[in-house]
Design a protein around this ligand. Structure first.
Ligand code: ADP
Length: 501
């Protein structure tokens, strides 16, 4: 056992602060690293120490292994927590940490390597008797192989990058004419995004649910699951709302899938916190999709219903401690939903919106948690993921969670940049979501109700008011100096629009 006294968090934004909060509770010192673009980021201020690691592009800062390891030595950190994204699923980084005598808070490099490659992961799981989505056993490198494989699997299929993540490198194919262009573009996107052009082909499950199980495994052979998260509300194959428990699972299926998830983790001798992702079809048949060998963005909903601090467990497991609980001591209490708040414009194809936050009012009250990192006057950099906060709600029942989420979204005001808040509110009022009857096509199938340009946008109003106040102050200066002025027509025309303030 090794006691950890200081952790370097090789990440930024909300997840860096989330991890530092647990460090503070455990009386462990936290070290932030930051890029040029993050000098004013809250994670830098929150940490006990902070070190500059390079220019804004991730490749020159948050992905710079050597620099991060150098900082860990300089500040005498015992361990590195990688958060999610960046180096969190990089086997070479985990191996480098180990070679340098720094604990990597996550599984071994070998496990990361095997599970990071989706083709290898499918092979391991099939061998362990875990049902995987029907598809090719290995990678497909020629167009001829692609045609033959699709002939055997049958339409529709999905071509996927072996090193894929974040919904990238995937192409859906419904008919023969689409095969070759889809195959080529999946390969080139995979090469560009992951430096590896290997792709494989899976049967496309037509109305699936994305349901994942949270796993905790210690170094002493104990593995438990912390139940499921329903992650089917997605845009561009990326999750935007998650809930637990899933309205789709029966108690018997939950137990069965939980046991399968534990068996899957055991099959790879997993240690730490991890997630087994499944696709569940309309007949409630489930298939292994992939394993994420890190903390998930949506981990707080599991924390909310189980009462387990997952980051604390990660740290204790890394220290070599045994899990403090067994499966039968874990239970789901109530219901939890997470809404991801993005600085983006849902009505303009989810275009990211970097810029300055003029004003922010975060929701408070019973059952509300926000994990964020932006503040008034903060300028969101263009270089990173546009997620600025996670709103996590707990309710005694699903109905109470939805009502509380609506109330919290109503209280949440961010002005200066466009956000996904209005879209999330519309989803919370959509009958299919309220009934718990939705699959991964929910957003696409409800376009008309969810995307509307007819509602006034608080953000636009506030940007206008700020500009207007700015204009007036300049105007009075101008008047003082010149005793005359010419009103800017474009601004005056907008004045009636502010009446609802
Ligand atoms: P990534 O690692 O890029 O997130 P995943 O394999 O986890 O990719 O899949 C992301 C999402 O893409 C899933 O949640 C689901 O919506 C969709 N998807 C992936 N594979 C299939 C499939 N075989 N059939 C139907 N949908 C799929």
């Amino acid at each position: 056992m090794k006691q950890i006294n200081k952790i370097l968090i090789a990440n930024r934004g909300e997840i860096a602060i989330r991890i530092m909060r647990t460090c503070r509770e455990m009386e462990i010192l936290s070290v932030a690293v930051f890029s040029e673009a993050d000098r004013t980021s809250l994670h830098v201020r929150y940490a006990d120490e902070a070190y500059y690691i390079g220019k804004a592009p991730s490749a020159e800062s948050y992905l710079n292994m050597e620099k991060i390891i150098e900082v860990a030595h300089t500040c005498h950190a015992d361990a590195i927590h990688p958060g999610y994204g960046f180096l969190s699923e990089n086997a070479s980084f985990a191996a480098r940490c180990q070679a340098e005598g720094i604990l990597f808070i996550g599984p071994s490099a070998e496990v990361i390597d095997r599970m990071g490659d989706k083709i290898k992961a499918r092979e391991v799981m099939s061998k362990a008797g875990i049902p995987v989505v029907p598809g090719t056993a290995g990678s497909i490198s020629t167009e001829g192989e692609a045609l033959q494989a699709i002939g055997e699997i049958g339409f529709p299929v999905i071509i996927k990058a072996s090193s894929g993540g974040g919904g990238k490198g995937m192409r859906l194919v419904h008919e023969e004419t689409e095969i070759l262009p889809a195959f080529r573009s999946a390969q080139s996107e995979a090469m560009e995004a992951f430096g590896n052009s290997a792709v494989y082909i899976e049967k496309y499950i037509s109305s699936p649910h994305h349901i994942e199980f949270q796993i905790l495994s210690d170094n002493h052979g104990h593995t438990v699951h912390l139940f499921e998260r329903e992650c089917s509300i997605q845009r561009r194959h990326q999750k935007i709302i998650e809930e637990t428990p899933s309205p789709q699972l029966t108690p018997a299926l939950r137990e069965e899938m939980g046991n399968v998830a534990v068996a899957a983790a055991r099959a790879v001798k997993y240690t730490g916190a991890g997630t087994i992702e499944f696709l569940v079809d309309s007949n409630r048949k489930y298939y292994f999709l992939e394993m994420n060998t890190r903390l998930q963005v949506e981990h707080p909903i599991t924390e909310r219903v189980t009462g387990v601090d997952i980051v604390k467990q990660q740290i204790k497991i890394a220290e070599g401690m045994e899990l403090e609980f067994q499966q039968d001591q874990l239970a789901i209490r109530g219901h939890s939903i997470e809404c991801r708040i993005y600085a983006e414009d849902p009505d303009n194809n989810f275009m990211p919106c970097a810029g300055k936050i003029y004003k922010i009012t975060e929701p408070l009250g019973l059952g509300v948690r926000t994990d964020g990192y932006v503040y008034e006057g903060y300028e969101i950099p263009i270089h990173y993921d546009p997620m600025i906060s996670k709103l996590v709600i707990w309710g005694a029942t699903r109905d109470e969670s939805i009502r509380r989420m609506r109330r919290a979204l109503y209280e949440y005001k961010i002005t200066g940049v466009k956000t996904s808040i209005k879209l999330l509110e519309r989803i919370m009022n959509q009958p299919g979501f309220i009934a718990g009857k939705y699959d991964t096509h929910f957003i696409k199938n409800n376009q008309e109700q969810l995307f509307r340009n007819d509602e006034p946008d608080d953000c636009d109003d506030m940007v206008f008011i700020a500009a207007y106040i700015d204009y007036l102050s300049k105007l009075s200066l101008y008047q003082d100096n010149h005793k005359e002025f010419v009103p800017a027509q474009s601004l005056w025309k907008k004045i009636p629009y502010i009446h609802h303030f």
